[in-house]
Structure formats: C-alpha cells, structure tokens
Design a protein around this ligand. Structure first.
Ligand SMILES: Cc1ncc(COP(=O)(O)O)c(C=O)c1O
Length: 476
C-alpha cells in the first residue's frame, strides 16, 4: 500500500512541467505513439474494456512510461506500415520481393535492408554503406568479433571489457576466446571501477588499463552507454586511444542509439552493434544494427592474366552478404557487398524492418538526433530537479548513481535504493501506473525517452516514487 504524499510539494513542479510541456516545440511527437493507459497496464487481458481487474482505473489516462531504455513504446504508424507489408504479401506473394507498388510507401523486400540502412545512418552518424540492419545485437557482436578478433596466442590475444558488462556481451566474449582455443583466464581483461560504492568508470581508468595491456590486447568491447549506471562513455576519446595502441574497438550501442547523437564515422570508430527495441522503438526482439567503418570493409581487386581476384577481410558469411548484383547467380564464390552490407548473413525479416522503419520515420519528423538530444537533456535535468524536491525522509532512501554531468549520460537516471526496498517500491510504483525497470538487488532505472516522454511524466514518477519508497521503508 502506497503512503500518502504531501501534494503541495508537487503542485509547483506540476505547474512548471505544464509550462515546459507547453513551450516544447517537439511535444507533438508524443502523439505519434501509443502510450499504454493506466487501465491497460493493470488489465490481465488483451481486450480493452475489461474492468474486472480494477473498476476504479481510468481508461484513458496514460500510464507513466519511463522504460524506453528497455522497450520503446509502439509508434502509431507501425500498425499501418505492417498492414501495408501484409497487403503486399497477400496480393503479390513472392513478387513482393522485387515488384515496386506505385501506391506503397514500402520498397520491394529485396531493398528493405538498404532503405533501413539509409534511414539508420544519420542516427548513428555513419555513411550509408557503413551500416547494415541485420540479425540481432549479440549475434552482430559475434559476427563482428568473428571478423575482427584474430588473436595471436604469442602476441595480441586479449579482449578488454568491463567487469559489469551486460551478461550477453560477457558470454559472447568468453565464447569467442574459447572458440579460438584460448583461456579467458589469460585472454580476458576486465575494467573495474576503483570504488566499490561508485560504479562509474572514468576515461582515465579505461586508458590506464588499455596502456597496461596494450602489447597483447587484440580487441576492446565497451558500451556506449552503460546499461546499469546510464553512464555515457567518451566514445571518441577512448576510440582514439585504443586505435593509437593498435587495438580494434567495438562499441555496444544498445543504450546509446536513438538516445544520444553519435558520429561513428567521424569518431573513427572501428565497428559497433546495437539493438532497435529500446530508444528506436522497433518492437520486442526487433532486428539489430551494425556499423563497420569503411576502412575495415575494403575490398581490393587485383587483376592478373587469369582474371581479377578480390581480397577482403574474412568473416562468417552468408548469401545476403554477397554483392546484390551476383547474389542470385547462385555461384559458390562469395563476393561481399560493399561496406557493412557485406557482413549480412541471412535474408532479413522484412516484418521486422518494416516495424523498425516506421519508427525511424518519426526520427525524421523530429529533425534527427540533435534536437532530440537537446530535449532529452532538459527532460532528464527536470527529472533530477524533481528528485531533489522530494522530502528529506524519502531522499535518504536512495542515491543517483548516474553521473550528474549531462555530457556523461543519456536519458536514463539509475537510482540505487537502500537494501530491502526494491520489491515493495516497484509494487508501489506499479500501483500508481508507473512503468520503469529494476536491476536487482537495488537499482531502478528511470528513462524519459527523448521522443515521447514529457515533463509531466517526470513529476508523476517522482510523486509516485516518494509515496512508494516511504511505504516500502515503513513495511520493512
Ligand atoms: C547492453 C546490452 N547488450 C546486449 C544486449 C542483448 O541484446 P540481444 O538480446 O538483442 O542480443 C542487451 C539487451 O538488452 C543490452 O542491453
């Protein structure tokens, strides 16, 4: 049971939020999305109108959804685009692969991946040919490592990653090392924060570890934004440092893409991978993305008396990575497509790509990542202000572990609760129709997504949070 909150504490913030929302030139973007209602999130059935669960719940008030760091909400246009995809399939069958339809906004399926890469490139700051929309995040990390992790047991063989990396990244690295017949004990190096109570890792600490292992490190895998703390790493500085030491660096951009502007090409990033179901709103488990800098996918052609011979970096290959011009000639010789497209393996799910591109249309409407980032900084700063306006009794029960510097974070704030408060606080938040996520045993992550959250959401969250937190403390 949530504790009553001193309403007056929040009325000033509510008024401020209304003004900020009123002045917000991107506020119309929220209307592009289905924000679940408070009734929706309590309902135990698919169908709207079932009030059996809670007769008092308002059917139309949106819930406070601050969980785009986990799963973005659904753009309204997604259903329309998927319907167009279904109609193409229903009326054209296999012809949908290559036959353009005059009244369709969707390309023939054979070109769906190219269109997705073109729409994705500005979001990650890449040339179009440096991006492939393919597979899923962990698989893409494996594909990149299979191409670029070439350990020499007597030379460079180590992989550096964070000790608290997202588990899938950790497993991927472990298995890559073992796959090459090496031992994680000697070939895996982890970066730790020097302070147990502060999980933030400084650029300096990362550089120091790189220097220490520079001679025998083959690869670094780091997150653009750390999933647990919300820390935005200094991607250009760390990339330059790694490259100066001759180390290939791959970035996991799951929490950065669609959240902060990226300039992967100009930052000289070697390679990167990301998912599209968080800030990119592609839908659960949607197709992933990969970046390969143009210098890393060069194909050289040498002509001899016996004809021309192409050389390219080896990779785990499949027919979709083959050059489009010869892909359907069904020849046994692999001729990679130019750029990141040459790292594709299977033909992609057009259903997924259709869903993703519907959301990328909204990013185009927004004018790209720069205006969104400005908006996002204001939203997260306001969330911080709301948190600092909480009662002293409530503030004693948690601390923010995300860096206070807006340049070192994206949308998300991670709040570390006192021991034993997490479950009851999450229950109290759910009671108020607040959707956020938890990382056991102590952390909740709260992310006002740049595209669809508003200032009012921040107040609603903090009001519910104070009540839930105090109640959790009393129940302890
Ligand atoms: C930082 C990070 N890396 C990797 C993954 C795994 O992604 P996938 O299941 O799409 O491979 C996630 C999933 O949330 C993630 O947050």
């Amino acid at each position: 049971m949530a504790a009553p909150v001193d309403i007056s504490r929040y009325s000033g913030l509510r008024a401020q939020a209304e003004t900020l929302d009123g002045e917000d030139s991107l506020r119309h973007l929220r209307d592009e999305f289905h924000i679940p209602t408070k009734a929706d999130v309590k309902r135990k059935t698919l169908a709207a109108g079932d009030r059996s669960n809670d007769a008092h719940v308002d059917e139309t008030t949106p819930c406070t959804y601050l969980c785009g760091n986990s799963l973005g909400v659904q753009p309204k246009r997604t259903a329309a685009r998927i319907q167009q995809y279904f109609a193409t399939w229903a009326t054209q069958g296999v012809q949908g692969h290559f036959k353009p339809l005059e009244d369709s906004p969707l390309p023939p399926w054979l070109d769906a991946d190219d269109r997705a890469a073109k729409m994705m490139a500005p979001i990650v700051g890449a040339e179009e040919t440096e991006v492939a929309v393919m597979q899923t995040l962990t698989v893409n990390l494996h594909l990149l490592m299979s191409a670029f992790y070439r350990p020499d047991p007597n030379g460079r063989h180590k992989i550096i990653l964070e000790s608290k990396a997202f588990p899938s990244d950790h497993y991927a690295v472990l298995s890559q090392i073992k796959h090459h017949g090496l031992s994680p004990e000697t070939s895996m190096v982890t970066i730790e924060s020097p302070f147990a109570e502060d999980p933030i890792i400084s650029t300096y600490d990362i550089q120091a570890l790189i220097s220490k292992h520079a001679a025998d490190t083959a690869l670094i895998l780091l997150p653009g934004i750390q999933y647990y703390t919300g820390q935005l790493l200094d991607i250009p500085t760390i990339t330059a440092y790694a490259r100066n030491h001759g180390i290939f660096i791959i970035w996991d951009l799951a929490h950065a893409v669609g959240n902060v502007p990226l300039s992967l090409h100009n930052w000289d990033v070697d390679a990167a991978a990301w998912c599209t179901y968080k800030y990119l709103n592609g839908g659960p488990g949607c197709i992933g993305g990969a970046f390969v800098h143009s210098r890393n996918s060069l194909i050289t052609t040498t002509t001899t008396d016996n004809g021309s011979e192409q050389a390219y970096g080896n990779r785990l290959s499949g027919w979709w990575g083959n050059d489009k011009v010869t892909r359907f000639q069904m020849e046994p010789k692999f001729r990679p497509a130019k750029g990141a497209a040459g790292f594709q393996v299977s033909n992609p799910s057009v259903l997924d790509i259709t869903s993703l591109c519907a959301s990328l249309e909204v990013f185009e409407l927004a004018g790209g990542m720069l205006p969104l980032r400005e908006r996002s900084k204001r939203l997260t700063a306001f969330l911080e202000q709301c948190l600092s306006s909480m009662s002293e009794d409530a503030k004693k029960l948690f601390r923010t572990i995300t860096p206070p510097d807006p340049e070192q974070r994206g949308a998300q704030l991670s709040l570390y609760l006192e021991d034993g408060l997490l479950d009851a606080t999450m229950d109290g938040l759910a009671e108020h129709g607040v959707i956020i996520d938890e990382r056991k045993p102590n952390v909740i992550r709260v992310a006002p997504a740049p595209l669809y959250n508003n200032f009012g959401d921040c107040v609603s969250f903090v009001e519910a949070f104070e009540s839930a937190l105090i109640a959790a403390q009393k129940a302890k």
